[in-house]
Ligand binder design. Structure first.
Ligand code: SF4
Length: 357
């Protein structure tokens, strides 16, 4: 087990942060009044599994459109999903909307200021609750994201692989978190991981914790955190139907609310099955409409990687005989960009537009 930490680790990190903090649109600068809870919550939910660079334009667009949590709560879910499209992990957008409604309707538009009450809200887990409590309310909550995990595993040379090492790392984080400026401290640790203690080639000479870093001393920084290898992702396959009406409109449909990409729009397809190709004759019974002629295969494939599997979609196209009987919604090509289409479906559309005309 790692040794007890030197008492001045937090203050050294805070001094470093005062000079090197990243300027991010949801942040209050170091040492300034705490950031708005709505902004902290929105950014933290967006940042789960996504990079700062990808999130910034979405965060600004959301705030412009829905300046308060009450505005977001009052927005139709479909508009929120459309604005979220491209950020991935769409269950987060649905929970974001539910959480906004819970805060607006039952909490008078105010987020609770402690971790336990925050965790009771939709879509707020341990990490987000701690981040909001620390950053928006100045509570000494131990925040633990991927960057902080990496920094602490190196600082204390924790060689046990993740995820088994998580409880030990969390205990170390709790031990280090100061009562003074805990929100700045959490953001400083995130920044240290993002800019100095990077996964490869950590810039130890620039690090405020270098003198106490056990991994740097042992020369093992780059090998930490150790990770239990993940099982390989399987590849699933499907056939998407690029169904056209005579006026050029394309058929889309809504996915079931529950499950992967829940409630998002899609180009209709067969089920996505493990490993096995779809002969056309097997795919056609899953078509959402009857073509005037035959379904025509388009060359090439659309590939997309989800958390647990790779997807390969082939495409077929046809003009539909009785469009009024089709299962879905006819959307003019020009209106597709306004639909809540996830990234994989935007790839399908791009592919179809490049091959079908
Ligand atoms: Fe990371 Fe190097 Fe700092 Fe240790 S000294 S925390 S390895 S940047």
């Amino acid at each position: 087990m790692p040794q007890a930490s030197p008492a001045d680790l937090p203050s050294r990190l805070l001094s470093w942060y005062d000079r090197h903090a990243r300027s991010l649109p949801w942040r209050s600068p170091p040492g300034k009044p705490l950031a708005e809870p709505y902004h902290v919550w929105l950014s933290e939910v967006m940042l789960q599994q996504t990079t700062v660079q990808a999130v910034a334009p979405y965060f600004l667009a959301f705030l412009k459109r829905w300046p308060t949590i009450g505005d977001l709560a009052a927005a139709p879910l479909d508009e929120v999903l459309t604005a979220w499209a491209g950020l991935g992990y769409y269950a987060r957008a649905r929970n974001l909307h539910k959480c906004a409604q819970a805060v607006a309707e039952t909490l008078d538009g105010r987020f609770p200021d402690d971790e336990e009450a925050l965790r009771a809200l939709p879509g707020i887990g341990d990490y987000t609750a701690a981040a909001i409590a620390a950053i928006a309310f100045g509570r000494p909550a131990a925040v633990m994201d991927g960057n902080i995990e990496r920094v602490l595993s190196r600082l204390f040379a924790v060689t046990e692989p993740l995820p088994a090492a998580k409880p030990a790392l969390k205990a170390l984080a709790a031990r280090l978190t100061p009562d003074h400026r805990p929100g700045d401290y959490a953001q400083a640790a995130m920044d240290l991981g993002a800019t100095v203690c990077t996964p490869r080639n950590p810039a130890c000479v620039l690090c405020p914790w270098r003198d106490d870093c056990q991994a740097a001393r042992l020369g093992i920084a780059e090998s930490l955190p150790a990770k239990t290898p993940k099982p390989e992702r399987p590849t699933r396959k499907g056939v998407a139907f690029w169904a056209l009406r005579k006026d050029g409109a394309v058929l889309i449909r809504r996915r079931p609310d529950k499950g992967l990409l829940g409630g998002m729009m899609e180009i209709p397809s067969t089920p996505w099955r493990d490993g096995q190709d779809w002969p056309l004759a097997e795919a056609v019974p899953h078509a959402p409409a009857t073509p005037a002629g035959d379904w025509r295969p388009l060359p090439g494939l659309v590939s997309h990687t989800f958390t647990h599997f790779h997807l390969e979609l082939s495409l077929v196209t046809a003009t539909i005989r009785k469009p009024e009987l089709a299962l879905g919604l006819w959307c003019p090509l020009d209106d597709l960009s306004g639909q809540a289409l996830p990234t994989v479906m935007r790839k399908v559309i791009k592919h179809a537009l490049s091959k079908a005309y």
